[in-house]
Design a protein. Structure first.
Lengths: 517, 416
């Protein structure tokens, strides 16, 4: 009896040990499902179409961690809480970036922020710590969800042969799309539509104005390097995009028609989705880092420089008196330096060309506070155009080249096209019951007031603002996370979903490295 | 049987438990089973830890007890705001103890105790969302305490002794929320030190007015573990003069093992013994974990712990001639204040439920078993004192924590 009781008590002890050792779950366990919902949307197959922004391009290259932090990949991760499925991207091999074609490098490595070796930042430089290994002759296999193609313009997505390997060397195809095109004649939109999405995002059109903007409204001949003025096809009326040169502005009608076709292809099976509009070029540090008045001069130097422009200024008055230019243009073109920060002398091809007149003056003027000097000019301004001539300081004694300035006239062309594209995008979203993502407003907020987040304020200040990568155009991982949140907000609002946003402070910004050339 | 297997598996994939802070109240199987009361309980040589004044009350000349525990606990973290979640996956903690006492005369006894009152062993998934605060931490401290006890008056005994503490630490965390090397591997700092020694003391008083009541008082002093000779390893930093170089360097840090004051009472009536203890742990000593590295980097981590209390209740009943059963409860107040909830010691207030028994194998030898289930309320808390390098704005790490802990122990008691 006693022994029996002993055994029973010991058994009870062991049993209680077993019972209480069970782990406990959260009252509202986010892994259990049901916490986040997809609303009227179905996230089971998410497909995304677009350009470099959709691909996760950053720091002047497409590299692995950039892709892993692409906004579609971030969104897909959050969709997994609400029925989202696998999300496959055409990943490159490495974090060096750069592309090879049959072993020969055709696109450069990523940018990193190099230091001076003594604890101070030096500036962006191409990373050389490891060789690029992604060769476009190796096709990505398996199903894909991300059809973002760096460099693609709206009409490229519907262009057969844009992923032709043979077309890369002749300049008719895109090496990024070549990696995963389904055939030599396939189209990006055709491949994306074949993925049969239940949900999609489309962000395209940036490059239809961006090339014009970053090049200051010029095209460089790929063979000779000769720089010519780029076309705004809203001025030319050219609606044949196959004739466009790389930095021309796409005609608004072409944009509207092509974009409508893209949305049609993606919604054929009833898929829901989100359309993202085009941000302002003034939101990106490529145009806002170098101020229009970057040159400090003291009084005597300014007076000396002015004396060198006396003849040009006098010529302008003469030209105006003779009716070759208006008095207003003469005033606009008059060059005057003073003590303090000075606007720079630039070439502006939109000024009246009087080089063939009896008063043959060059197309020069000084910048105003509304002109945008592009980021690469930072390395040129203040240097000598002619090393043997100390008076040839670029921006002062020597004009800044046309391709380094996006003038107010050029900005107006960009802005006109952008507004038309954005009107098309917003109207198509409304007409098709799709979420409309106002990326323009979101990025404008980053650029103006900055956006507070857990641990800082996201701004578009170059290198330190956190929003933009070292190429000055593409977002950082943190910038992409911010974009993902903007899209999630719009999707949640449109479809009554409750996808969680991500903590953008957990996403990286720029990469430091002294492994550079 | 399958269910038990399931439990075993569930437990094996979980972590280490501690009481408030990194105090681990597992200094006796008999007493853990009674809610870890003991300052006024004379059961075995274990009283050397709970109250050094008690060893002179032990009936036998020589008393030895030894035991150990498996500490299985699990911490889950989730942020509903951001959809992030993580769960610890730590090795099982194994606190141990050994006590021996010898009665030299009827009113004088000596003893030696070896026990592990502090420790922590938390392993989060590497690079989880709180990895800038901790990836992994392993703290351990062994206390060695020679003890004297003297019966001062008929009803009053005193006791005490010096404590030699031997501490070790291994702590790994990422350098920031985002810093990586060129391959995208998170920059990481690990500190490691072992065999750090420091001295403290313990003293107690026991008052036994009659055959039923015992009152106890014990104070264990603060011991600062000052680490100066360990190594810090900087790993996966980019090749840049803007960041620290990879490789090993030295570091200094001080971790307080706080003083603890205990008062308690027990009441014995035939086969039943009831005990109540109150602990006050002087956690306010733990202001900040400051790391100064040999390469000039410093890391200041405010902790701002507060003194905390634990209320313990325990009961023991001699059920049969050979079997004694025990049960207990305690409420353990966390020393962690709101806004300082760091995932390296993610402890909120907890309720401890304890059970146990002793089986008298022979008149001299008994086997002691104990179980503790520590129940934590789900809590949403944050650590507000981290800032990314160069950012003037702090980046609070906030989320919901759910902890559970299960401890099972086994020991032997030998008397002659």
């Amino acid at each position: 009896m006693m022994k029996n009781l002993n055994i029973k008590l010991i058994a009870l002890f062991i049993a209680s040990a077993a019972i209480i050792s069970c782990e406990e779950d959260f009252d509202n366990d986010i892994q259990a499902g049901g916490v986040y919902t997809s609303g009227e949307a179905d996230f089971s197959k998410y497909v995304t179409v677009g350009n470099s922004l959709t691909a996760g391009y950053a720091d002047g290259a497409l590299y692995l961690n950039g892709q892993l932090n692409s906004y579609p990949n971030i969104i897909a991760g959050q969709m997994q809480f609400a029925g989202g499925g696998e999300f496959n991207q055409p990943l490159v091999n490495d974090n060096t970036g750069g592309l090879l074609a049959n072993g020969v490098q055709i696109l450069p490595n990523r940018l990193v922020l190099a230091s001076d070796g003594m604890g101070a930042p030096a500036g962006p430089a191409r990373y050389t710590g490891a060789a690029p290994t992604t060769d476009i002759i190796n096709k990505v296999t398996g199903p894909l969800n991300n059809f973002g193609v760096p460099g693609a313009r709206v009409f490229h997505l519907a262009a057969p042969g844009y992923g032709s390997l043979a077309g890369v060397s002749t300049g008719t195809a895109n090496p990024y799309y070549t990696r995963f095109s389904s055939s030599e004649t396939s189209t990006v939109i055709g491949d994306a539509a074949a993925a049969n999405a239940t949900f999609f995002t489309l962000w395209i059109g940036n490059n239809d104005i961006l090339g014009y903007a970053t090049s200051g409204g010029t095209n460089a001949n790929p063979l000779t390097g000769e720089i010519t003025t780029a076309d705004d096809h809203n001025d030319t009326g050219n609606i044949m995009p196959q004739t466009y040169r790389s930095n021309d502005i796409t005609n608004n009608g072409v944009f509207n028609q092509t974009y409508t076709g893209l949305v049609g292809a993606l919604t054929t099976n009833g898929a829901k989705g989100a359309l993202v509009n085009i941000p302002d070029v003034t939101s990106i540090p490529y145009f806002t880092t170098v101020p229009p008045n970057p040159i400090p001069l003291d009084g005597p130097t300014a007076a000396f420089v002015n004396s060198n422009y006396a003849q040009y200024n006098g010529g302008l008055q003469l030209a105006a008196a003779n009716g070759f230019i208006t008095p207003a243009e003469a005033a606009q073109r008059t060059i005057n330096f003073s003590a303090g920060q000075n606007f720079v002398v630039i070439v502006d091809n939109d000024l009246t060309d009087i080089s063939g007149s009896p008063i043959p003056l060059p197309n020069w003027r000084q910048t105003t506070s509304n002109d945008l000097i592009v980021f690469p000019a930072a390395g040129v301004l203040g240097t000598l155009a002619d090393p043997s001539n100390p008076a040839s300081v670029i921006g002062v004694g020597f004009p800044v080249a046309n391709e380094l300035v996006l003038t107010t006239t050029e900005q107006a062309r960009v802005s006109n096209a952008q507004q038309s594209y954005n009107a098309t995008i917003e109207a198509l979203a409304a007409a098709n019951g799709l979420a409309f993502v106002d990326a323009r407003a979101a990025l404008a907020q980053v650029a103006t007031t900055g956006v507070p987040f857990n641990g800082g304020v996201l701004t578009s200040t170059y290198a330190t603002g956190g929003g933009f990568s070292l190429d000055g155009v593409h977002p950082t991982a943190r910038g992409y996370a911010f974009t993902a949140n903007a899209i999630i907000d719009a999707v949640n609002a449109q479809y009554g979903a409750t996808l969680p946003k991500v903590d953008i402070g957990a996403y990286s910004t720029i990469q430091l490295s002294d492994s550079v050339q | 049987m399958n269910k038990i297997k399931v439990f075993v598996v569930l437990c094996l994939i979980s972590t280490f438990a501690f009481a408030g802070g990194y105090r681990v109240s597992t200094q006796s199987n008999k007493q853990l089973a009674m809610g870890h009361t003991g300052v006024a309980v004379v059961n075995s040589a274990d009283v050397l830890f709970f109250n050094p004044a008690g060893i002179v009350h032990l009936e036998n000349k020589l008393n030895i007890s030894a035991g150990g525990f498996g500490v299985f606990s699990d911490v889950k973290f989730q942020s509903e705001e951001f959809g992030t979640f993580s769960e610890t996956d730590s090795p099982t903690g194994t606190p141990v103890y050994l006590y021996a006492t010898y009665k030299v005369t009827e009113d004088f006894a000596v003893g030696l105790g070896v026990y592990t009152p502090y420790g922590s062993n938390v392993t989060w998934p590497t690079d989880w969302s709180g990895s800038h605060l901790v990836n992994e931490i392993e703290l351990s401290a062994i206390f060695i305490q020679p003890t004297l006890s003297y019966q001062l008056f008929d009803s009053v005994s005193i006791g005490g002794g010096p404590i030699l503490a031997i501490g070790g630490v291994n702590f790994n965390r990422n350098a920031s929320r985002t810093l990586t090397d060129e391959e995208g591997d998170r920059s990481n700092i690990e500190i490691d030190d072992a065999g750090v020694t420091a001295w403290g003391w313990s003293a107690g008083l026991m008052f036994t007015p009659d055959d039923h009541f015992t009152l106890g008082f014990n104070y264990r002093s603060l011991i600062n573990i000052e680490s100066t000779e360990g190594t810090a390893t900087f790993d996966s930093f980019p090749t840049s003069s803007l960041t620290p170089a990879n490789g090993e360097t030295g570091f200094t840090a001080t971790l307080p093992l706080p003083a603890e004051l205990t008062v308690g009472v027990s009441y014995k009536w035939e086969k039943l013994l009831l005990a109540f203890d109150y602990n006050r742990t002087m956690w306010s000593e733990y202001n900040s974990l400051d790391l100064e590295f040999g390469n000039g980097v410093t890391s200041i981590n405010p902790r701002n712990y507060k003194d905390s209390s634990t209320w313990r209740l325990g009961a023991q009943y001699a059920a049969t001639e050979k079997l004694t059963v025990r049960a207990g409860y305690y409420f353990d107040e966390s020393p962690v204040q709101s806004g300082y909830f760091a995932p390296e010691t993610p402890r909120n207030d907890s309720d401890g439920y304890t059970f146990g028994l002793s089986y008298q194998v022979t008149p001299k030898l008994s086997i002691d078993g104990s179980i503790l289930y520590l129940k934590f309320q789900e809590i949403t808390e944050s650590y507000d004192f981290f800032s990314d390098t160069g950012s003037p704005v702090p980046a609070p790490f906030e989320g919901t924590y759910k902890s559970s802990a299960f401890i099972a122990g086994l020991g032997v008691t030998y008397s002659m």
